[in-house]
Design a protein around this ligand. Structure first.
Ligand SMILES: NC(=O)c1ccc[n+]([C@@H]2O[C@H](COP(=O)([O-])OP(=O)(O)OC[C@H]3O[C@@H](n4cnc5c(N)ncnc54)[C@H](OP(=O)(O)O)[C@@H]3O)[C@@H](O)[C@H]2O)c1
Length: 293
């Protein structure tokens, strides 16, 4: 299957690499030529614009930060719609709002172009190892047609329902995810203040009912003061903004999630927007006047 890829960041670059490894023909577009050059060495075709990517294949995958970027790449100058013919499929794997997704799908449908929302969970490590969880919204028959693409990128692929259902599922994932991240930071702070050896606490908690992905993956990074980004604080805040807007529209109170959003605001206020989300612990440390390490 001939595919195109736009958005070669922390997630998009390794995901596009996995498509190439799985034997897909892939055209790529990035505003950063060096990223395209590296993928060309693996067999990718470098395209001059999003429209050229769309002209190359049957499917165009986007992995951009947010809806305004998606709008620009799809409908802007030399955008995907200029190169895509009827029946082309756009798969958006970024996290954007369900509302924006439905609006994009409707605008693409006016031109005979199909769309799937297919956000992912599993982080940079899951992107590299092709073990992502992929939650998909759109038409079932388009999902079935694109399944080989998803299988090259992830280990769990679930069709969730019509347009926007993939993004809605991702918002639920982000709520559960930030709350476990917050719980890890608080537990480590208490452990240190209580005179415990925090690595041992991580070992014990991960073997019992308090285990979580964040405990195992982000806990050690918090202790090591490793705040290198796998997932930027500023993108997490983008997700929590979408969560807050969507929950408000639906009339659902999410008090704990709102609190974590405020704590991430503290991290941002201290210049931490480009740190990884494990830097959440630094906001609690400022409140406590002590560190977990
Ligand atoms: N990181 C994670 O752990 C993770 C996990 C799950 C989901 N996500 C979601 O996945 C999406 C991407 O995240 P990421 O961490 O990969 O972000 P990222 O590293 O910032 O990558 C985004 C890429 O989009 C490209 N881009 C932005 N605007 C563009 C435009 N107008 N035209 C063409 N390319 C454009 C940029 O490439 P250039 O070099 O060309 O500028 C950038 O490298 C986000 O929605 C995020 O919320 C991330």
């Amino acid at each position: 299957m001939r595919t195109g890829w736009i958005g070669l960041g922390i997630m998009g670059y390794p995901m596009a690499t996995n498509l190439l490894r799985a034997g897909f023909e892939v055209a790529v577009y990035s505003r950063t030529p060096a990223k395209m050059a590296a993928l060309e060495k693996m067999g990718a075709v470098a395209a001059a614009s999003p429209s050229e990517v769309a002209r190359f294949g049957e499917v165009t995958i986007t992995m951009l930060p947010d809806a305004p970027d998606e709008e620009l790449v799809l409908f802007g100058a030399s955008g995907v719609v200029e190169g895509a013919s009827a029946g082309h499929v756009v798969i958006d794997m970024a996290t954007i709002s369900p509302e924006a997704t439905r609006a994009f799908a409707a605008r693409l449908a006016e031109r005979g172009i199909e769309m799937l929302d297919a956000p992912v969970s599993g982080g940079e490590a899951g992107a590299k190892a092709a073990t992502l969880v992929i939650m998909v919204g759109g038409k079932r028959e388009i999902f079935d047609r694109c399944l080989p693409v998803f299988k090259a990128l992830g280990k769990t692929v679930v069709f969730m329902g019509p347009h926007g259902c993939g993004q809605m599922t991702k918002l639920c994932n982000q709520v559960a995810g930030v709350l476990t991240l917050q719980s890890v930071a608080e537990a480590l702070l208490l452990a240190r203040a209580g005179g415990l050896e925090p690595h041992k606490v991580l070992q014990v908690l991960s073997a019992g009912s308090a285990d979580s992905w964040n405990l195992r993956n982000q806990g050690p990074k918090m202790l090591a003061r490793d705040f290198a980004p796998g997932f930027f604080v500023r993108l997490q805040q983008k997700d929590l903004r979408i969560v807050a807007e969507t929950a408000a529209q639906l009339g659902v109170p999410l008090p704990a999630t709102a609190l974590v959003r405020e704590l991430f605001r503290v991290v941002e206020a201290h210049g931490g927007g480009d740190l990884g989300v494990q830097a959440l612990v630094t906001a609690l440390e400022k409140m406590a006047g002590r560190t977990v390490a």
